[in-house]
Unconditional design. Sequence first.
Length: 259
Amino acid sequence: MLKLAAHDGNAYANWLPDGGGFVSTALDGKARVWRISPADLDVDGQHECPGYVFDGFSVPIWSPEGTQVGRSFADGTVRIWDVAAGAQVLRFQTLGNNALPSRANCLAWSPDGKRIVTGTEDGKIDIWDSTSGKPLLALPEQNEVAVGVHWSPEGRRVLTCVRLRSAVVWDASTGEALTEFVGQSFCLGAWSPDGTRIALVDVFGGSWSVRVWAAATGEALLTLLADDFPHGSGAVAWSPDGARIVTFSRVRVGRMWDA
């Protein structure tokens, strides 16, 4: 086990796409890119990380090719850095339903690296050009906190998870709602590698279950009961071969399931 004395305060991390390191951000105002050896590339200045304890919006995201990293800030900006140079290359402003700056609680890069989808604290979901920062598409207003936004593997669809509303799959080019998962709200989601299924978990409990749905029809295919997840789940992911699902509860319990 390797111990890294990286930050003061709560920290978040995300692995590089090539698995050779990771990026970390924290309440101390720093973001750093770490290679397995050495770990010395700083891609952000000090005192820029928002002072907000539950700052999920500061979790970094990687471009698919691993050359850029991005994150959102409390002032409603999304900023992108070139990893090798440690220089900011793009900055754009996310707006809420009232056209005022609104922080992005969640964001995700499209598989082809050309677009970024963001979801704000008041439920505005937008798709942006990842090179210019220009808005490309605004999905219908949700008027609730966006919890998660997830691209399909082929990049033609976006799954949105919003508090108190059903999870929905949208056409990423037209904004048309394609599939609604009735009864599954305030959740986190993950696409199966082939894009045919979606796993959804409750963020704050209620059903104590992991549900697998048909992405195209919204049919419930499988329910996995987790009676030791009374406080909900904090993460869900598919294995690369699509055979397993891993989930983690909010009270340090992990489960791996046959999908």
